[in-house]
Write a protein that binds this ligand. Structure first.
Ligand code: ADP
Ligand code: MG
Length: 683
C-alpha cells in the first residue's frame, strides 16, 4: 500500500510554516505531491570547466587556489575586492563587487570555486558567486534547478525545500505507468525521473528524466480522454438516426451544384456515425470556402427525416441570419421548418420560437448563444451542429448538448488544425477533413501594399465594379475598443463615398441595430451596394459569392488566422478574387504575417505558421477553448511523443484488464483524482 503524496500538506515539511505554505499555495502547491511535480524551467550550470575551453565573455565555474592576500578598494558605500587565484596553474584575477566582507575568508592557499564572467584578454573573472569546498561547496559541479518563484519565496529557499521533500518523500514516489510501457519506450522509473529533474547530475540525465515525464504527461492526458470515451461515449445510449439513403440522394440531387468528392466522403462518415446508437462526436475541419455548410445541411436533413430536431449554433447574429436564410430556402421544398433564435428577437418573437421548438413545430433552429439559455427546450433534439467552433468554449458546447438526450454532435471549424493538435485538443473526437475546395475555384491573389497606394486600390475597386463584382473593405482594428473600430468604419465609409461617388457604398458595424445590420448585409448580398465597409463583424462565415475583392486596412493589426478568415470572404464563386492587405512595411511582426499571407492561401499552412508565430496557448485563445496546459510538454516539439501516447492510451483503455487489474491501480486512482478536481468530464 503506497502513501498518497497528494494528501500530505506541505506544512509537514521542515522549514515550511503557515506563511510559506500560503505562498506555495499561490503557486498551486498545497501538497508534497504537488511540490515534487513543480519542475524547474531551466538549470544554472555550475559544472567545473577548464579555462582552455572557455570563450571570452562566457559565464563559467572554475576551481582554484587563492594565491595572494586580497585587497579592497572602497568607493563610498560600494567596494571592489580583488584576489589572485591560481586556476590550472594560471594566475587569474578574481574580482568581487560589494562583497568586502569576504576579505577575511580569502586566505592564501585555500581552495575556492568561482562562478562568473570570464575576460579572456585580461584574465579577469568577475565573480557572481563563490564557494569554499572545505565548507561543503554545495553548488559547485552541479546543475542547479531554477524554479519560477513569487512573493517572498526565494530560489535558494525553494531549492532547499525541494531537497528536503525529495530526501524525505522521494522514495515514496509511485510508478504510474504500466511496466510494459516503461519497457517499450525505455523510460527511466518515475521516482528517478522526478529526482533527476530536480537534481540532474548531467545534461543527458536531465534530458532522459524530462523525456520520461513528458511522455507520462501526454499519456495521462490522452488516457483521460480515452477513458472518458470508453466509459461514456461507447455506451449505446445515443440517438440512432435510421437514415434512408434514397432520401439523402434525392436531397443531394436537388442541390444547385454537385458535391465534391471530399464533401461526399465526410457526409458518408457523418451519416455512418448518425446511424449508430452511439453518440457521435465529430469535428469537421475544412478551409474557408470549402463548403462546410452544405455538409451540415445534409446532416440536419437526416436528423429531421429521422423524426428529430436539429440545432445549428454560430458565433454571430449575421451568420445566424445568413444560415437561417439559406437553410430555409434549401429545406422549403421538403416542408421542413427553420427557426431563428438570436439575442435581438423581440420578446414576443422569442416566445413563439421557444414554443414551437418545445412543441416540435420547428424542425431546425439556427442561433447564436441565445440557443443555450436556460429556457430553451426541445421536443427531441437529435443533432447539434456548431459552426466555427473555435469561437465557442467547451462549456457552451456542452450546455447545448445537454438540451437533448445525448444528441449527436458535429463541430465545424475553418481553422484547420495541424493533425497533432487536433489529436490533443480533440482527442475525444473523430475528425473529418474537407481536403478540396469546390471545383473551378481559382486561388485568391493576395497583395501587400503601402498606405500611399490608395489611389491604385480605388482603381482596383472601380475595375471590379465595372466587371459587376463587389468589394469588402475592412476597417482597422483597434484593440479592445469596439467604439474606435466603429468610428474608423464610419470615417472610412465617408471617405470612400467621396472618392467613389459613382458607386453605392454600404456600412456595417457592431453598434448598428440588428435590423440595420441585417439590412446592410442583405443589400450587399443582393448586389444593391457595390462596396461594403465593415468592421470585423463579417469575419467568419459570411458568404457573398459575387464579392471578389477583399481589402484590409492596417492589416498588420490583425492576426494571421483572422486575416485568412477575412480573405475567405472572397473567392467563393467562379470569379478570380483578390485580397489587398494595406499595411505599414516597417511593422516588424506584421511583416511575417503579410509574407505568410502572400505566400500561401492554404489554411492549413497558415494555421501552422500562426501557431509558430504565436505559440499554442495564444493560438487557441482563452483557457476555455479546452486547450490543455502542460507542465513540461511542448506541443510544437513533442509531436511524436503525443501521437505515441495517444496510441498507447487507446490500446490500454480498450483492454479489459485496465479496468480491473491491480497493475493499473495507480492509473485508475490518478484518473479518479483528475475527474474529482475538474468536477465534470471533458466535453
Ligand atoms: P465554409 O466551408 O467556409 O463554411 P460555405 O459552406 O459557406 O463554406 O461554402 C462556400 C460557398 O461554396 C457557398 O457559396 C456554397 O454554396 C458553395 N459551395 C459549397 N459546396 C459547393 C460545391 N460542391 N460546388 C460548388 N459550390 C459549392
Ligand atoms: Mg462557414
Amino acid at each position: 500500500m503506497s502513501i498518497d503524496l497528494f494528501v500530505i500538506p506541505v506544512v509537514q515539511l521542515q522549514g515550511v510554516g503557515s506563511q510559506k505554505a500560503e505562498e506555495l499555495h499561490a503557486l498551486g502547491i498545497s501538497t508534497v505531491g504537488e511540490l515534487l511535480e513543480y519542475y524547474p524551467f531551466r538549470y544554472e550550470d555550475y559544472r567545473i570547466r577548464e579555462l582552455s575551453e572557455v570563450k571570452d565573455g562566457e559565464k563559467i565555474t572554475v576551481q582554484g587556489t587563492i594565491a595572494s592576500m586580497p585587497s579592497v578598494q572602497r568607493y563610498g558605500r560600494k567596494s571592489r575586492l580583488t584576489s589572485r587565484v591560481t586556476v590550472e596553474g594560471i594566475l587569474v584575477t578574481a574580482v568581487w563587487f560589494n562583497r568586502a566582507f569576504l576579505q577575511d575568508q580569502l586566505t592564501p592557499g585555500r581552495e575556492i570555486t568561482l562562478t562568473g564572467k570570464w575576460d579572456q584578454r585580461r584574465r579577469h573573472l568577475t565573480v557572481a558567486e563563490s564557494e569554499f569546498p572545505d565548507r561543503g561547496g554545495a553548488k559547485s559541479g552541479t546543475l542547479q534547478p531554477v524554479y519560477s518563484v513569487g512573493g517572498t519565496l526565494t530560489q535558494s529557499w525553494l531549492r532547499k525545500t525541494m531537497d528536503r521533500a525529495l530526501t524525505q518523500y522521494g522514495g515514496l514516489i509511485p510508478e504510474m505507468l504500466p511496466p510494459d510501457l516503461v519497457d517499450k519506450h525505455k523510460l527511466v522509473p518515475r521516482r528517478e525521473a522526478i529526482m533527476r529533474i530536480h537534481r540532474p547530475e548531467n545534461t543527458r540525465e536531465g534530458q532522459e528524466a524530462r523525456r520520461r515525464m513528458v511522455y507520462e504527461e501526454l499519456f495521462l492526458f490522452q488516457l483521460k480522454l480515452q477513458a472518458y470515451r470508453a466509459t461514456h461515449l461507447k455506451q449505446p445510449d445515443g440517438v440512432a438516426h435510421p437514415v434512408n439513403n434514397e432520401d439523402i440522394r434525392t436531397f443531394v440531387g436537388a442541390l444547385p451544384f454537385s458535391l465534391t468528392d471530399s464533401q461526399k466522403q465526410v457526409i458518408n462518415e457523418i451519416l455512418h456515425d448518425m446511424k449508430q446508437p452511439y453518440v457521435m462526436n465529430r469535428l469537421l475541419q475544412g478551409d474557408v470556402g470549402a463548403g462546410k455548410t452544405v455538409v451540415a445541411a445534409v446532416a440536419l436533413y437526416a436528423t429531421v427525416k429521422a423524426g428529430n430536431q436539429g440545432a445549428l449554433m454560430v458565433p454571430t447574429e449575421i451568420l445566424a441570419e445568413q444560415h437561417a436564410r439559406s437553410l430555409s430556402k434549401l429545406f422549403e421544398p421538403y416542408g421542413i421548418q427553420v427557426g431563428l433564435l438570436t439575442g435581438s428577437l423581440t420578446e414576443r418573437r422569442r416566445r413563439d420560437v421557444l414554443a414551437s421548438l418545445q412543441m416540435g413545430l420547428s424542425d431546425i433552429v439556427v442561433g447564436t448563444h441565445a440557443l443555450i439559455q436556460e429556457d430553451v427546450f426541445f421536443r427531441s433534439l437529435g443533432l447539434v451542429v456548431t459552426d466555427e467552433q473555435h469561437r465557442f468554449g467547451v462549456n457552451q458546447r456542452s450546455i447545448l448538448r445537454r438540451k437533448g438526450m445525448n444528441p449527436d454532435v458535429l463541430t465545424m471549424t475553418a481553422t484547420p488544425i495541424p493533425r497533432t493538435l487536433a489529436i490533443t485538443v480533440f482527442g475525444d473526437m473523430d475528425v473529418s477533413t474537407l481536403r478540396e475546395r469546390p471545383k473551378g475555384r481559382k486561388p485568391i491573389k493576395t497583395y501587400w501594399v503601402k498606405h500611399d497606394m490608395m489611389d491604385r486600390v480605388l482603381g482596383f475597386i472601380r475595375r471590379e465594379a465595372e466587371a459587376g463584382r463587389q468589394t469588402f473593405f475592412i476597417c482597422p482594428l483597434i484593440e479592445e475598443s469596439e467604439k474606435l473600430d466603429v468610428q474608423n468604419a464610419i470615417d472610412l465609409h465617408m471617405q470612400l463615398r467621396q472618392a467613389l461617388p459613382e458607386l453605392p457604398v454600404g456600412l456595417l458595424h457592431g453598434r448598428m441595430s440588428p435590423a440595420d445590420k441585417e439590412a446592410a448585409m442583405a443589400a450587399f448580398a443582393d448586389g444593391e451596394t457595390t462596396v461594403l465597409v465593415s468592421t470585423t463583424v463579417i469575419e467568419v462565415g459570411v458568404d457573398v459569392p459575387n464579392a471578389t475583392l477583399m481589402i484590409v486596412m492596417d492589416a498588420d493589426r490583425f492576426g494571421l488566422s483572422q486575416l485568412h478568415q477575412l480573405r475567405g470572404r472572397v473567392g467563393r464563386g467562379e470569379h478570380q478574387s483578390y485580397c489587398i492587405l494595406i499595411a505599414d512595411p516597417k511593422s516588424e511582426n506584421g511583416q511575417e504575417r503579410m509574407k505568410a499571407m502572400t505566400d500561401t492561401d492554404d489554411g492549413f499552412e497558415i494555421s501552422r505558421r500562426d501557431l509558430e508565430l504565436r505559440g499554442p496557448g495564444e493560438f487557441f485563445g482563452t483557457k476555455q477553448s479546452g486547450m490543455p496546459e502542460f507542465r513540461l510538454a511542448n506541443l510544437l516539439n513533442d509531436f511524436e511523443v503525443l501521437e505515441q501516447a495517444r496510441d498507447d492510451a487507446a490500446q490500454l483503455t480498450s483492454r479489459e484488464e485496465f479496468w480491473s487489474s491491480p497493475v493499473y491501480g495507480e492509473l485508475r486512482d490518478h484518473l479518479q483524482r483528475e475527474t474529482r478536481m475538474q468536477g465534470e468530464p471533458l466535453d
